[in-house]
Design a protein around this ligand. Sequence first.
Ligand code: APR
Length: 188
Amino acid sequence: MNKRKQVTLIRGDITKLAVDAIVTSANKSLLGGGGLDYVIHKKAGMLMKQACIELNKRKGGCPTGQAEVTIAGDLPAQYIIHAVGPRWLDGQHNEADLLCSVYSNALSKADEMKVQTISFPSISTGVYGFPKQLAGEIAIGTVLSTLPHYSFVGHVLFVVQDSENYQVYQDLLSKIVDENLIINIEET
Ligand code: APR
């Protein structure tokens, strides 16, 4: 009997959660930037930084909509998944599809690494300005529709910092009825 998959909503700091893989909102260089990416690179330390420099040299970085995996260095995880989300322009530049791809590709990379627990921030909703409601719909829709197909990934944690994102995710997750899925919404 397959174990039921789990999805959890948490309001907090994603860098503090001990999971198998933490997803960061990266840019195409993979060399770190502002926002969450800056914090992840700072806290992960030199070993992860080195791995990113290697990736940048070998692959020239990572295109928007894709993701790459490195060790997590000093962070409480095995892996960091560097997910490159789209910058929001006007909704007419394939932004929704690219955001969907980045969640799907990050999950696929995680499953390849036999990751069982993975935490996602609300990708592209900070510096990249993606509308939070639409981003939440895409994040939850993509993860819930693909999660059943993965052999290893069993628990996805959505970790948001701000009240608007929390409200969006809470509203969306509280409407989901799926007997094969355990949904936990942690009160703030
Ligand atoms: N824990 C959880 N969520 C966080 C944390 C944290 N510690 N810090 C920030 N966030 C949230 C933000 O509130 C936002 O909702 O992560 C989401 C993504 O915000 P950004 O980090 O600004 O990333 P994004 O909008 O995807 O833009 C990516 O910004 O930092 C640069 O190098 C990065 O170029 C890339 C771009």
